[in-house]
Write a protein that binds this ligand. Structure first.
Ligand code: FAD
Ligand code: EPU
Length: 338
């Protein structure tokens, strides 16, 4: 394992923010992690673990050590009549793992096709899309405590998964390196087509409902709605969908009858932040190279040379206008790195 100085991160974050880090290294094995945490470069600097860089916004050069996780490998570690449990290296690309599961006739993650990034970051914010969340299939998360190098195994319950949240974003933020994640995948198709237009897309494709057709439909819908980070810098939804009391939701609905919300619990409603931002008139807005995507107001974009400060200042204006119009606070989903 070697340390490199002054490395550009422009191609290491899907927002395409042109920043650099003072030190950079790649970890590919447990041994690399052990070497890393005993090194002076690690002990004497602040550090950041990076996967695919698809959920980070750098606001300035990173004055420390960026650790790129490239631990790979997939292994079936147990099996019963219904499930196979697959242990996957944190540095494996998420979408390739989805395609691998389909090829191996395993179901459970097909609704989350085409989410950018790596397997190791999936538990961080409990990734989710099109009616699935990764918490439904995670068995364990393997990690290393960066303070003492001890190996840790977190059960699904230990991870305290919530909507776009987990223990790794809270108590364990910057305290562990996730090395592997194991998934319980089903040998029989889940065929979950409850969300939005998945079923309609499968019909339009002239296909029967199956693990493969759900994956194909989700890919098509995502390609239509979301900007491709290879073309326009972005990190997916910039904000989380806010969860408010159903009483408050019904009050707002009296004035804005078409507001979009989904039941979150007996007393709470999850509101579509994209709709709120859209209604405030931001969709398609552009100031310099920072903007709001023309098809999805929840996605902030970098048209080329926006810096992190310009994106965060636009985000603040959006937050304020949503608060002023609806009385709802929206919070970033993206990890802002200052
Ligand atoms: P990074 O951005 O590299 O890291 C994210 C955070 O996790 C950082 O805080 C980092 O320090 C930490 N981290 C990463 N790896 C490790 C590790 N091994 N150990 C400890 N900490 C680690 N998300 C969804 O949930 N659903 C979607 O539908 C979705 N759609 C998206 C669409 C687009 C176009 C884009 C650009 C993003 C989208 N996202 C979505 C967000 C993003 O893809 C996910 O959050 C993804 O899991 C991030 O993975 P990553 O490897 O790129 O993480
Ligand atoms: N909407 C608008 N205007 C907009 C955007 C959305 O009116 O500009 C409305 C839509 O018409 C729809 C509703 O808002 O009625 C919800 O929109 P959509 O189905 O696109 O989903 P979302 O809530 O905006 C969430 C996730 C996405 C995930 C999709 C599909 C969050 C923060 N975002 O988006 O995840 O892919 O559902 O499941 O929960 C991400 O986390 O980065 C991400 C892209």
């Amino acid at each position: 394992m070697e340390f490199q100085n002054n490395i550009s991160l422009k191609n290491q974050n899907t927002f395409g923010i042109d920043v650099s880090c003072r030190l950079f290294c790649i970890i590919q094995s447990q041994q690399d992690i052990s070497d890393l945490i005993h090194s002076d470069e690690f002990k004497n600097n602040k550090n950041l673990i990076l996967g695919g860089g698809s959920n980070v916004l750098f606001t300035k050069d990173f004055d420390g050590l960026v650790i790129k996780n490239k631990i790979i490998g997939k292994e079936i570690i147990s099996e019963n009549k219904d499930l196979k449990t697959v242990k996957v290296g944190a540095g494996e690309n998420w979408h390739n793992f989805v395609l691998w599961s389909i090829k191996n006739r395993l179901s459970g993650i097909e609704n989350m096709a085409l989410i950018p990034g790596n397997v190791g970051a999936a538990p961080m914010q409990n990734i989710g899309a099109y009616g699935s969340e990764v918490k439904n299939v995670i068995e364990n998360v393997w990690a290393i405590n960066i303070e003492d190098g001890k190996k840790l195994i977190f059960s699904n319950t230990d991870c305290n998964f919530q909507y776009r949240d987990s223990i790794f974003k809270n108590e364990l933020k910057e305290k562990v390196i996730i090395t592997h994640v194991s998934f319980n995948l089903s040998k029989t198709p889940n065929n979950n087509t409850t969300y939005g237009d998945v079923k309609e897309e499968i019909q339009n494709l002239g296909l029967e409902i199956s693990t493969e057709s759900i994956c194909k439909a989700v890919i098509n819908i995502r390609e239509r709605k979301l900007p491709n980070p290879n073309e326009i810098g972005n990190s997916g939804s910039f904000f989380k969908n806010p969860i408010i009391s159903t009483i408050q939701f019904k009050e707002i609905q009296k004035q804005f009858i078409e507001i979009v919300g989904y039941k979150n619990s007996e007393t709470e409603t999850k509101v579509a932040a994209g709709w709120l931002i859209d209604k405030c008139g931001w969709k398609g807005y552009r100031k310099g190279d920072a903007g709001v995507h023309k098809n999805q107001a929840l996605v902030l974009v970098n048209y080329g040379n926006a810096n992190g400060e310009e994106i965060t200042s636009l985000a603040k204006e959006i937050q304020q206008s949503v608060k002023d119009k609806f009385g709802i606070e929206i919070h970033p989903e993206v990890n802002i790195i200052g």
